[in-house]
Design a protein. Structure first.
Ligand code: ZN
Length: 155
């Protein structure tokens, strides 16, 4: 198990565009394994490689029904709309309301390079959008319409 340090919002790397993965080798598999360990250790729902300082188009997602590894992911269709709260492991202690599609279909390669299609609804759709934004240097705080810190919610 290898944990990597999660970069936070003052780190400029989070604003950079990640590059396409073209080698599906042991280096990629190690990155995916470390991202999984780091995600579970931080108790997050998703993690993009840029969040651990690697500018590659790689994302891991687990909203409670198993790990999904997305390499070079692209949104191919969206449906509907939802409003909900988001947080980010790179923006600790803050939450915000964000409008996202209700259903999102993503095309991505797996760790062997095969293309697969994943459908996400509700939280998983939100998570796909949030993580894919990271690959283009975007943070949810750019589009959140109501930000708050968790302390405001505690009594
Ligand atoms: Zn995030």
């Amino acid at each position: 198990m290898a944990l990597r340090k999660i970069r936070t919002d003052s780190d400029e790397i989070l604003r950079k565009r990640s590059k396409t993965v073209d080698k599906f080798d042991e280096k990629l598999w190690m990155l995916l394994d470390d991202m999984k360990d780091t995600l579970y250790d931080a108790k997050g729902a998703g993690l993009a490689a840029v969040q651990i300082g690697i500018l590659r188009r790689v994302v891991v997602v687990d909203v409670g029904d198993g790990l999904i590894e997305l390499v070079n992911p692209e949104i191919i269709s969206t449906e509907g709309e939802q409003d909900g709260e988001e947080g980010c492991l790179s923006v600790p202690g803050k939450f915000g309301m964000v409008k996202r599609p209700k259903i999102v279909k993503v095309k991505a390669q797996n760790r062997k390079g095969d293309w697969c299609i994943y459908k996400g609804e509700d939280l998983k759709a939100r998570c796909f959008c949030h993580e894919l934004d990271h690959l283009d240097g975007k943070l949810y705080t750019d589009i959140a319409y109501e930000m708050h810190s968790d302390s405001e919610f505690s009594e």
